[in-house]
Structures are given as structure tokens and as C-alpha cells.
Design a protein around this ligand. Sequence first.
Ligand code: PLP
Length: 353
Amino acid sequence: MVNNRAAKITVDLAALQHNFQQVKNYAPDSRVMVVIKANAYGHGMLQVAKSLELADGFAVAQLSEAITLRNNGFDKPISVFQGFASDEQLQLMVQYDLRPAISQSWQIDLLEAHKQRSSIDVWLKINTGMGRLGISPDEVDSCYQRLQNINYINQTGLMMHFANADEPVHSTNQSQIDQFLKLSGLYKAQTSVSNSAAIVSHLLPQQDWVRPGIMLYGASPLLNKTAADLQLKPVMSLQAELIAINDYKKGQAVGYGDSWICPEDMPVGIVNIGYGDGYPRHANAAPVAVNGQRCQLIGRVSMDSIAIDLRGIQTVCGDLVECWGKQISVDEVAACAGTISYELLCHTGGFQL
Ligand SMILES: *Cc1c(COP(=O)(O)O)cnc(C)c1O
């Protein structure tokens, strides 16, 4: 099939491996399950899984992602954050030797009712304050005991997720940790707590498994630090082509809604990428790089093009424009669009890989 999409995505697997090594440096005492849900945040789940040979395990959101990994020969532990919703799905969890997270007591009903000989491991997910998936702290003991009594369950680990780890000093981080340690201290269970933000801020140094996602892909998990501050390298580069250079006069409008009016005679470049390719429509004055020179978006993002300010820029039609990558950090573009790098990476990367 001819791939005629304008946007060109490249994935730097050496940078990915460097970032994995950073996870090991930040969390030397824990095993690492690399989070590769949402097509590895747009980077291509299978190629990411393959290049992270040193990972101790993988984590995905859904059963279907885990089955794809198994069918492609990956035999390390795979945790499935959303667990299962029916006996049929539970059957597949067991068949493919997957490790579901349990966050509702009816999932334990399904486990108890299931007739099974081969064993599995599970995570019991506790809601210590995230308020998304997880059983409430006062139900932990009864759920844990029920899981212990199911003869085909090997290990029941305990996990939780932070709500505000992107701000390491936020008061809820410590209260979540206290809540978790109070409960996990009662059992001899494996533990898993930290996402990227918690890993780089050492919120809980002692735990069995950490769960890095965004830091592997070289974006910053913290609000007040850049990826470079944290020695992370960008993995995805998104480029498109400069397809027109227009010499506009002072007062001419650019794009939908006339939101940019040329303040003087100036060259305006048109680049063939837009929100149809996953470039964020709400990006306002976002930076791009043309031949190593930084310049800025002007006007609104269209479905398949953006306009850029070429004043003082040396370029010709056909040159590649970096929307994010080595020169322009995805975090910076996300900030210009009022969102987070996660969303940008997932949206663009989903198309081509
Ligand atoms: C997505 C996810 C992670 C990874 O989070 P990052 O912020 O990308 O490091 C970890 N744990 C759970 C439960 C998740 O859903």
C-alpha cells in the first residue's frame, strides 16, 4: 500500500534504550514493567517491546494488546491494567498467562466461579486517592483474603496509582503513600506504585515493580522540569514538508478566521500537516524547526496544513519541518496547545505505525 500521508514519524530506538537505562538509574532496586499501552504512546507497541530487551515485564491497558504481544512471541510477565470483564476474558487471561489488575469485587466473584487448573498472578489495585480504578482501602483485607483462597492464583500483588505525582511536593502524594504502606505492610505481597513522575522524584524508593510510561518516550513527567533536565532523550520525531512559501503584504490574513494578520510584508510557509494527522488543532504560536532554525506557527491549524512565520528563515519548498523531536520538545508544543505530551504522542503515532 502506498503511504501517502504527509506526516513522517521516526522513532529513535537508541534514545528509547537510553531512557530505559535512566529508569534503572532512578529505580535501581525495582523490577521494571514498561508501559506500552496505546500503541506504546504512539511509538509502535511491537517495535518498542522488542527493543526493550532488558525490561522485566510489560504493561498494557487492555486484554487485546496483551494477546497481540503474546502472539508475537513475547514471554515476559504482562500486566493488564483494566483486567477482565467476563468469564470469557478471564479464560483468555489464564490461557495467555497474563496478570490482570483487579479493581472491583465482582471481578473476584468471576475468579471464584472460574474453573481452572493453570495458575495466574494478579494485582489487587487499591484506590488510595486517585479515584479512578481500585478498591477502597477498607475492602482490601476481605478482597485480599478471598484472592488468597483461590487455589489457582499464585501471587496477589498490591498496586496503586498517584493522582498528583507530576507535582512531587503535592500533599496528596504522601497521604497516598502512607495509605498504601499501611495496607501493604500487613501482607507479604509484591508491590507496584510508581509511574514516571514518581520514579524520577523517588516518591517511593522501595517497591517490587515500577511502571514507567512517558519517561521512556523522552517527554517530561513533571510540571516544573524538562525532559532534558531529567536526562531523557526524545524518541519520536514528527516531520512534514514545506509545500508553499507565500510572500504576503502587511495586512494580509492567514488561514481560517483571519486569526493572523501580517504585521508587515513577510514570507509565510505552509506545511503539510494538520489536525487530521494528529497535530493539535489548539496549538497557538507553537514552535517548529526548519533547517535547524526555530520559527513559529501563525494562524489556525487546518485539517491538513499549518502556516509558519518564515521571517529571517533560510528555506526552500520541499524542506522538512520538525513539529517535535530532537529540536522541538513535544512538551513545549503540548503546552502551546493547552494539553500534555501524552495526548500528542498518542494521537500522531497511532496513524502510521
Ligand atoms: C499509564 C499508566 C502508567 C504509566 O504512567 P506514565 O505517567 O506514562 O509513566 C503507570 N501506571 C498505570 C496504572 C497507568 O495507567
